[in-house]
Design a binder for this molecule. Structure first.
Ligand SMILES: NC(=O)c1ccc[n+]([C@@H]2O[C@H](COP(=O)([O-])OP(=O)(O)OC[C@H]3O[C@@H](n4cnc5c(N)ncnc54)[C@H](O)[C@@H]3O)[C@@H](O)[C@H]2O)c1
Length: 253
């Protein structure tokens, strides 16, 4: 039980990496707020956790809206009595160049992928500071560290996540709040499959191409969840401001 007595708020908890992390955190003893726009998916994850004997609630929230983020933190504190771990993970992707990206798409990607981290952290950090500290993990991407084709708004957003992680680590170390990010490589989730669709490629071809990396496969959401658990637990007690690449070696060469 590596997260016994901890309280975790996980955005994008209804699907993919967030879902796998919510299930793992609950099995490790955490009480989990599953936060997402997707009500049916989020409720299903919370029910699964409770059915397994764990503790979870679902909170419907659009992470790009300040009032929703404030409410998600408040509901978490009201339900579980505090907040120790914030996993800022909700995200969207638009596969397009500068020419093909509309202003609305640009603004939406930046709002969901970047502004959400600002907002949730703004409301969560004072709660964590009051109780002696906490942990924030942000989901960036391999494309926060290198560029990718036809994904300019996403690459901009994930580069911002990597560097705001460092800035937040500087600002909040004295409050005993560690801030790190994970940089997953291609992982088998709804988002990855939506990329194939946006690019007009078959799932099969797209996934086969994505598997071309040293470990010869794409990631599973559970692979990423294990790395998030490391950053959330005391095993990483001296790690802050870091970007942990979890990508089967994709960025190694
Ligand atoms: N899958 C990959 O290959 C990959 C690689 C690198 C980084 N990532 C990042 O991992 C994170 C999780 O993505 P995933 O692959 O699990 O995708 P996913 O589509 O399975 O899950 C994303 C979740 O975020 C939720 N969400 C979207 N917009 C939201 C909003 N405005 N408010 C609240 N919730 C919202 C969705 O409803 C969904 O449940 C994202 O930040 C993504 O950029 C994914």
């Amino acid at each position: 039980m590596r997260l016994a007595d901890k309280v975790a708020l996980i955005t994008g908890g209804a699907s993919g990496i967030g879902r796998a992390t919510a299930l793992l955190f609950a099995r490790e003893g955490a009480a989990v707020s599953v936060v997402d726009l997707d009500e049916a998916g989020g409720q299903a994850v919370a029910h699964q956790i409770v059915d397994e004997g764990g503790r979870a609630i679902f909170v419907r929230c659009d992470v790009s809206l300040a009032a929703d983020c404030q409410r998600a933190v408040q509901q978490t504190v009201d339900e579980w009595g505090g907040l120790d771990i914030l996993f800022n993970n909700a995200g969207i992707i638009r596969r397009a160049t500068v020419i093909d990206t509309t202003e609305e798409e640009w603004d939406r990607v930046m709002a969901v992928n970047v502004k959400s981290i600002f907002l949730l952290s703004k409301y969560a950090i004072p709660v964590m500071a009051q109780t002696g500290g906490g942990v924030i993990i942000n989901t960036a991407s391999g494309w926060g560290l290198v560029g990718g084709r036809r994904a300019v708004s996403y690459c901009a957003s994930k580069g911002a996540v990597v560097n705001m992680t460092r800035a937040m680590a500087l600002d909040h170390g004295e409050q005993n709040i560690r801030v790190n990010c994970i940089c997953p490589g291609d992982t088998d989730t709804a988002m990855l499959r939506s990329e194939a669709q946006q690019l007009g490629e078959s799932d099969e071809d797209f996934l086969a191409e994505a598997a071309g990396r040293p470990l010869q496969r794409i990631g599973k959401p559970e692979d990423i969840a294990q790395a998030v658990l490391y950053l959330a637990s005391d095993a990483s007690s001296f790690v802050t401001g870091a970007s942990l690449v979890v990508d089967g070696g994709g960025l190694a060469g």
